[in-house]
Design a protein around this ligand. Sequence first.
Ligand code: TRP
Length: 369
Amino acid sequence: MIPGFKVTPWEVSGELVDYNELISLFGLDILTTEVRNLFREVFGEEHYLISRGIFYAHRFLRLALLDIAYGRANVYIFTGRGASGQMHIGHLLPITLAKWMQEKRNLEFFFQISDDEKFVLRPDLSLKDVRGYALDNALDFIALGFDERRTHIIWDTEVSSWLYPLSLKLAKEVSLSELKSLLKIDDSWNVGISFYPAVQAAPALMMELLTGKPHRAIIPMAVDQDPMIRISILLADKLDLRKPGIIHSKFLLGLKGEPKMGTRYSESAIFLTDSPEKVKDKIEKSACSSPRRCPSLSYLRAFDPDDESFFSIWELCFENPEEGCKAAKKRAKEILVPFIEEHQARRREMSDKIGDFLLRELPTSLEGF
Ligand code: TRP
């Protein structure tokens, strides 16, 4: 066990994260060969983010996969992003898997941008700040290239006309003691933070709740969100709804080898809006103390789809760390610089398209609430 690390929906700290320990701390299920095989059967192949162990744990994923396989319920994808700053490449992990699943099985995809969450959580951010980030993040999201008919952005403060009543319906079912025990918050936290988990549970449950027909969300997300999304599992139990199937990812390393790339320090992250020169420079200057803490290797693991290339560099990093590090940085630049260039070009093209993706109205009505 690695001592002194902490992972919560609000904070990740420590030298390294012990991901196995998190499985027992949170009570997650391991992605067994059986579940991986089922995943492969349902989606036709295995995504490298799973075979390389970046997505590594789950809750109720088997149920969601069987729903798709047997057509037992209408499965849709849900994930999100807290609008606390500009987006960096670490934020792309759940979105990448979501996009791939959407394309393979033609699934609806709801992407939540929680500017409300970051406003109540962060004393240093104004409502204007978080709404500005939300718009900026929405643009980064759509620049990744989605089918607007099946992809819906839930920008919390912008779609409150339907999201607020839905969240109220859910908030009413959760007691303060349940919230405190699941989220480990105490009496010093503000009441905005205590309401927010109901807002994040809403898209996870809304389709079945609103239509009364079998629906289930499948949620790819970083493992730190687990305590938060457990509120939706609790609610599913109480309201007799299908529980979301969740698949949890590890984090991308920060440029200094920190266990999680962060938004707060611009020198820790490669932002989607960094200039190509800046990206090159950041990779060149990144710190690499061992293969387990090599930022470039962690980026290749997440973004180099070519198994042969990734594993040959990975082996070299263990055999000859110095050469390995050079090769990893070189390849990371080859992959990330063109990606960032193309991303920014698409961002410019898409700048007036956000309205096409925004879920202004509910997919169905609130009657019967
Ligand atoms: N709370 C998440 C964060 O702080 C953002 C988020 C909103 C989210 N809705 C979600 C994450 C749904 C996963 C699934 O980053």
